[in-house]
Design a binder for this molecule. Structure first.
Ligand code: S3P
Length: 443
């Protein structure tokens, strides 16, 4: 999506039963990592099921700029000829990561221990998001960093010529921080250690092991201690990307909320560091059946069958936040249509996502007649089993805010409009045709 694209408003109306199969796109987190690790390995990495959303396409383009050969072979099928650990070339131009926090932060880590210069930029949303949380630990490796005031993009990094290994305790639960440090540690000698108090998604660790790195995770009193041995030769290999549980959350929520619905979502990642939304839905009384559990590309996957359910409000504990961090916007829609109060604790990180998601959801839900309270790090939604709807919600360049309010419109009494559905293309380019094929009335 070009940064200056005209806003595309969209309206969702109460739908009849949703039926059929929702083949949601490939996992965004795994897709970014497959391209980056493919670019840092020796040989050809074949990727299948890659998410072809704008965020990931921007990462693919960035990997080309750093010298990897990246080629699209067919739908979701990509080939990456890597340059090896430490082999990144200096990009000729500015690296534009668009809307993607994961893209920019992981790529900064991946280049920070190679003696080249790169300048990173992004769209208006990304340019408001904190980068100091990444550049602070990268400086410890010996990288030199210049940023706009407050540590914002554009950021220029001169990678360390003689990197030193780092031991780093992440100050907030963030897989992006953990992953940036691990990727930087690839080209540092000896062992780089990341300590996280709360577990976050572990795709980087799994995939590094798959590419042949020596990496281990120990559970200690400090939390998870992840140790990577630097300067491995990463060996290219095939990566099958599972379907994204964060994207699946939208058709799953819609099927739960629209009476008479039954939908099947095949091949969804069941990675336990990503399952908080599904655990919460089950506590709310959702009828979810996981079938055909198996492993694909180093990740557990299964087929999910979801049926319309009467839901009740629950308390979501703070220690679950990291495992469902991207699902709180759609959970707050589900909560609005459940009976009773749902309290989401420990969600301060939502304020620094593609938008301030606590603020965006609270405002949009209130405008549609829902009673909501917020604090700095919590969101409370009072559900009555019914939502009036009828309002236009601002999406603030945030794909998940846009999709959440469209799902609200599918179940509310009156239609719900989003001011701009354009950002949905960053993570779920086929959201509209997929929802319409299930029976949604969105236009
Ligand atoms: C991601 C980590 C999370 C998540 C983002 C993807 C990743 O961000 O919100 O959508 O792929 O590592 P944080 O690490 O900032 O929590």
């Amino acid at each position: 999506m070009p940064h200056d694209a005209e806003p595309t408003p969209l309206t969702a109306r109460r739908a009849g039963p949703l039926r059929g199969e929702a083949r949601v796109p490939g996992d965004k987190s795994v897709s970014h990592r497959a391209l980056i690790l493919g670019a840092l390995s020796v040989g050809e990495t074949r990727i299948t099921g890659l998410l072809e959303g704008q965020d990931v396409l921007d990462t693919a383009r960035a990997m080309q700029a750093f010298g990897a050969e990246v080629e699209r072979l067919g739908e979701g099928a990509w080939s990456v000829h890597g340059v090896g650990v430490g082999g990144f070339a200096e990009p000729a131009g500015v690296i534009d990561c668009g809307n993607s926090g994961t893209g920019v932060r992981l790529i900064m880590g991946a280049m920070a221990t190679t003696p080249i210069v790169a300048t990173f930029t992004g769209d208006a949303s990304l340019s408001r998001r904190p980068m100091g949380r990444i550049t602070d630990p990268l400086r410890l490796f010996g990288a030199e960093v210049t940023a706009r005031g407050g540590g914002l993009l554009p950021v220029t990094i001169l990678g360390a010529a003689d990197p030193v290994p780092v031991r780093y305790a992440t100050p907030v639960a963030s897989a992006q921080i953990k992953s940036a440090v691990l990727l930087a540690g690839l080209n540092a000698p000896a062992q780089t250690v990341v300590i996280e108090a709360e577990p976050t998604r572990d795709h980087t660790e799994r995939m590094l092991a798959g590419f042949g790195a020596t990496i281990r995770t120990e559970i200690t009193d400090e939390g998870r201690v992840i140790t990577l041995t630097g300067q491995p030769e990463l060996r290219a290999h095939a990566v099958a990307v599972p379907r994204d549980p964060s994207s699946a959350a939208f058709p799953v929520a819609a099927a739960l909320l629209v009476p008479g619905s039954e939908t099947r979502v095949p091949g969804v990642s069941r990675n336990p560091t990503r399952d908080g939304f599904y655990v919460t839905l089950t506590e709310m009384g959702a009828d979810l059946t996981w079938e055909n559990e198996r492993e694909e590309g180093g990740e557990p996957v299964a087929d999910l069958v979801v049926r319309h359910s009467a839901l009740r409000g629950v308390e979501v504990p703070p220690e679950r936040a990291a495992s469902m961090i991207d699902e709180f916007p759609i959970l707050s829609v589900v909560a609005a249509l459940a009976q009773g109060t749902t309290v989401m604790h420990g969600v301060a990180e939502l304020r620094v996502k593609e938008s301030d998601r606590i603020d965006a959801m609270a405002r949009g839900l209130k405008a549609n007649g829902v009673k909501v309270e917020e604090t700095r790090d919590s969101l409370t939604v009072h559900g009555t089993g019914e939502v009036r709807g009828g309002a236009t919600c601002l999406t603030h360049l945030d794909h998940r805010i846009a999709m959440s309010f469209l799902v609200l419109g599918m179940a509310a009494r009156d239609p719900v409009t989003v001011d701009d559905a354009g950002p949905i293309a960053t993570s779920f380019p086929d959201f509209l045709p997929l929802m319409r094929a299930l029976g949604a009335d969105i236009g």
